[in-house]
Design a protein around this ligand. Structure first.
Ligand SMILES: [Fe+2]
Length: 175
């Protein structure tokens, strides 16, 4: 049995605060893709969906004169680092197992390499699944961050994911 559900993570005020910044609809879409990819690549669906849901919670708002400044963002962004740290703190606070919290936080840390020195990273399957899920929902010009979703629809989709995860975990006890 999981200690913490996706719904518990999603409805936490800290998650809500940061997801409103980076896009609730994007986070949910990425979690859904992560679930699908986790089944395909034999990765723990609980870890994959939690990392996917939280992958962008480290975003800062790079505004200059009321407009998003892409250049400023490119030069200074560390959202993956910040997100990994926030995700870890949040998960531990709500009772996640330490090993799971670490796996999820590291997947958040490595979901993008835009802030890292050039080179080849050898990602673990969980980290690959989260990166692919994010890319699957990406739109031109960062438009995926601005997609809208109604609150009740968001919660229904999170709950649907929770049921799928529980079912998958009950079938595959090896995770
Ligand atoms: Fe993203």
């Amino acid at each position: 049995m999981r200690k913490v559900t996706l719904e518990q993570v999603f409805t936490h005020p800290i998650t809500q605060k940061y997801l409103k910044r980076s896009g609730v609809a994007h986070a949910i879409a990425v979690a859904e893709y992560a679930y699908i990819f986790s089944r395909r690549f034999d990765v723990n669906p609980d870890h994959a969906t939690k990392a996917a849901l939280l992958h962008d919670i480290g975003h800062y708002t790079w505004y200059r004169d009321g407009e998003w400044d892409y250049q400023l963002y490119k030069e200074n962004d560390i959202h993956a680092i910040k997100g990994a740290s926030r995700a870890h703190k949040l998960l531990i606070r709500i009772g996640e197992e330490r090993q799971a919290a670490k796996e999820i936080a590291v997947a958040v840390l490595l979901h993008t390499d835009s802030y890292l020195p050039k080179g080849e990273l050898k990602l673990k399957p969980l980290q690959q699944v989260v990166t692919m899920a994010d890319e699957a929902d990406e739109e031109n010009g960062g438009n995926h961050h601005y997609k809208e979703i109604e609150e009740h629809v968001a919660l229904e989709r999170i709950r649907a994911l929770d049921s799928q995860i529980d079912l998958a975990l009950s079938e595959q006890i090896r995770y």
